[in-house]
Design a protein around this ligand. Structure first.
Ligand SMILES: *[C@@H]1O[C@H](CO)[C@@H](O)[C@H](O)[C@H]1NC(C)=O
Length: 220
């Protein structure tokens, strides 16, 4: 049966039972018409990204000089959580968008808070470079959806093995704005930092934005 026929049949039923309707004569047909199935979409302001088996929605919020807890509250208010990136397409969108958002506040170089936290059991007993060392597996995604770790581009020497640096930032700046200091995280590279501070002397460690994420929750 073609869709056209289906539609006509539906209209006919709808007309025929304009006064009295029950599930046997039209209303049931209407509700099972394949094109009216609700489609989950991202909340307003969130961008949709296809992932294997589902879509993921992300938004960049300005979080100028906010510590992790303060920035996370921006996500929570939306029913979202600090997000991870599943692949290079998402990573690239996050930094491009963060650069635009932070520029509105006068920052050409900044860092994006990620939903990436030190792995339980890999935290360190002291402030110094001590064991255990879980290497590049020292951190894990916290959004409940993002998987894998090979997409994380740790800056050289990162993650720094210190219990004091349990959160993570992604460097966001355009190639023409390399920070003028002795240590660089290239754009999209990730460093671990203290969760409770709002800035650092190095510009790419200045907390400027956060990436929030959640599954599609609206219906069109
Ligand atoms: C962030 O700052 C707030 C307000 O000063 C403070 O209550 C909170 O403990 C800080 N967050 C972290 C992770 O330390």
């Amino acid at each position: 049966m073609s869709k056209i026929f289906f539609l006509l049949a539906t209209l006919r039923f709808a007309t025929a039972c304009a006064d009295v309707c029950n599930e046997d004569d039209g209303a049931y047909v209407m509700s099972t018409f394949p094109n009216v199935a609700p489609v989950p979409t991202c909340s307003e302001g969130y961008k949709s990204f296809p992932r294997p088996g589902y879509n993921w929605c992300m938004k960049i919020y300005p979080a100028i000089l906010k510590n992790f807890t303060e920035a996370e509250a921006l996500c929570t208010a939306d029913g979202a959580v600090p997000s991870g990136h599943q692949n290079d397409v998402e990573e690239s969108w996050i930094t491009r968008t963060a650069i635009t958002v932070q520029a509105e506040y006068g920052y050409t170089i900044g860092g994006v808070w990620l939903g990436l936290h030190i792995t339980l059991g890999c935290d360190y007993t002291g402030f110094a470079d001590d064991s255990p060392n879980c290497g590049t597996n020292s951190f894990e995604w916290t959004d409940g959806y993002t998987t894998g770790s090979s997409q994380i581009k740790w800056a050289e020497g990162e993650p720094w093995q210190s219990n004091a640096y349990q959160c993570a930032l992604m460097a966001a700046y355009s190639a023409g704005n390399f920070p003028d200091n002795d240590f660089e995280a290239l754009p999209t590279q990730v460093i671990n930092v203290a969760c409770n501070t709002r800035y650092a002397s190095r510009p790419f460690q200045t907390r400027t934005t956060i990436v929030c994420g959640k599954p599609p929750t609206e219906y069109s």
